[in-house]
Ligand binder design. Structure first.
Ligand code: DAH
Length: 339
């Protein structure tokens, strides 16, 4: 019996030296140590020897089996090392190859301009409020003193969703929402997307506005002039000249349009400002008392002023872009040039 064990062990050791891959190692394991394997067969033969000799032979078989298991383990280690070696010699790293170009994202130029104006306004004490882009006819027009069928609606060629729902054509709608929910003193700005059925080099169906509103006791045209002058000088520099021209908006009385020296030519006159030296930047005015009353604010006690910027115009001036459309085409080549 002892000889049998020795013989099996020698045979196993001879085979194991030849094992050179994981497949033959696994076949080896099955052949010698598996349930139907040769060591198991040897154990089964123990029933043929006298019972007092069995423990001795059992120990001999187990020791031999353990020896084989240890060498299997070593063989596994050897094969793993061999495999790693092979991979390393096959996979060469070419350190001269140029690195893959990873593109870094950045804030859209329009939002850079928007953020700059928001920051300046917040420093001046304004709070930012946000509102829906799909508005009711009431907030977008009626409450702003633009009744149904009023010719003033023609100024804004609007996208209607239903008779009563509209893609907001102006952020002025947020004046109403603010005055309905806040008590004076109110000092808010509301930036966001607006929509009109307009499309040419200087108009896009989607564009951006920033609305401002101040309501308190004793607010006058002087406050409007002071705040807008300060705001525009902060944005365009101290040497910028500001000009207020009479205008008309149904929700303000009196109304003005505000121009600043053309940033392209510094006021000398150029094609961009059509030779005038000025660029129209925003609409503004004293909040019409009818609008205050529409929102439940006592127009005898309180007054206010409002203003509305076209943000896209700011952005195309700031970055000297020929057409507003380029801002919305999502052409990475164009956008990544604007730092
Ligand atoms: N909502 C106006 C527009 O889109 C701009 C405007 C004018 C806003 C006067 C105002 C304002 O708040 O007082 O043309």
């Amino acid at each position: 019996m002892e000889d049998n064990v020795k013989e099996l062990e020698n045979q196993a050791l001879k085979e194991l030296v030849k094992v050179n891959d994981f497949k033959s190692l696994s076949e080896f394991k099955v052949k010698y140590l598996g349930k139907q394997g040769m060591y198991t067969a040897l154990l089964k033969e123990m029933k043929n020897i006298p019972s007092d000799e069995r423990p001795k032979f059992g120990a001999i078989i187990n020791t031999s089996r353990q020896k084989i298991e240890n060498i299997i383990y070593e063989t596994e280690e050897r094969l793993n090392a061999q495999e790693l070696e092979n991979k390393l010699s096959q996979q060469k790293i070419d350190i001269t190859e140029p690195a893959k170009n990873t593109q870094q994202g950045q804030v859209h130029p329009l939002y850079k301009v928007m953020n700059k104006i928001i920051e300046t306004c917040v420093e001046m004490g304004f709070t930012v409020v946000d509102g829906p882009e799909i508005e009711t006819d009431y907030y977008n027009f009626e409450a702003l003193n633009i009744p149904k069928d009023h010719p003033a609606r023609d100024m804004q060629d609007s996208f209607y969703i239903t008779q009563n729902l509209i893609m907001r054509s102006q952020t002025s709608a947020m004046q109403i929402r603010a005055m309905e929910t806040m008590k004076p003193p109110i000092k808010i700005i509301s930036p966001g997307r607006t929509y009109r059925a307009d499309s040419d080099a200087t108009h896009s169906p989607v564009f951006h506005q920033l609305e401002g509103l101040v309501v308190d006791e004793n607010v006058s045209m002087i406050d409007l002039k002071a705040i807008l002058t300060q705001l525009l000088k902060t944005l365009f520099g101290d040497n910028t000249k500001i000009r207020f021209r009479p205008s008309f908006f149904p929700f303000t009385e009196p109304s003005v349009e505000v121009d600043a020296t053309c940033p392209m030519c510094g006021g000398k006159g150029c094609p961009r400002c059509k030779g005038s030296g000025y660029m129209e930047l925003l609409g503004a005015g004293m909040v019409n008392p009818t609008v205050l009353e529409n929102c439940g604010i006592d127009s005898k006690k309180y007054s206010g002023f409002a203003f509305g910027f076209g943000l896209d115009r700011f952005a195309i001036i700031e970055y000297k872009v020929p057409s507003i459309k380029m801002m919305f085409e999502n052409d990475i080549k164009f956008l990544s040039q604007i730092k």
